[in-house]
Ligand binder design. Structure first.
Ligand code: NI
Length: 162
């Protein structure tokens, strides 16, 4: 297990479409382990393989710190509702932006044993899944931001005032 280098906006690897995973092997298992380590080390709630420079359709999510989930070759099969809120990304450090997304998502994916599962999610988990899924097609949340990106330090000061 190891911490990998997180690629930042401007690195062209973040704008590429990732390839499907066809088989599980030691390299890919190590990648998944490292993605969790890297995400937790950076205090993130999600991380996609291209963020560590690997163009595979894999992302990991943990919105509570106790629910590690891996999604391989995910497909969004249903969305509903709307949520609006500040979103950030480990590839865009120190910044946040207002993004509207569906409030509900149903996703189908493979787990680390390449067994298919479906998951329904709402609110933060839905947002995280949709955000990470965008990474697999080379998209960053900044493309969806309403208005300007803000500095997280300004956002925290603003929240304290409210
Ligand atoms: Ni991200």
């Amino acid at each position: 297990m190891a911490i990998r280098n997180i690629r930042e906006m401007g690195d062209s690897v973040l704008n590429k479409v990732c390839k499907e995973v066809k088989e599980m092997n030691g390299r890919t298992m190590d990648l998944i382990d490292d993605m969790f380590d890297t995400m937790y080390e950076a205090d993130g709630v999600g991380l996609a393989a291209p963020q560590v420079g690997i163009l595979k359709r894999i992302f990991v999510v943990d919105t509570t710190g106790e629910d590690p989930m891996v999604f391989i070759n995910p497909e969004i099969i249903e969305t509903d509702g709307e949520q609006r809120g500040y979103e950030g990304c480990l590839s865009v450090p120190g910044k946040s932006g207002m993004v509207t997304r569906p409030n509900y998502v149903k996703v189908r994916a493979l787990d680390e044993n390449l067994e298919e599962f479906e998951l329904e999610a709402e609110e933060l988990l839905a947002r995280a899944i949709l955000h990470e899924n965008d990474h697999l097609d080379g998209h960053l949340y900044v493309e969806r931001v309403e208005g300007e990106l803000v500095n997280n330090s300004d956002l925290m000061a603003q929240e304290e005032e409210e």
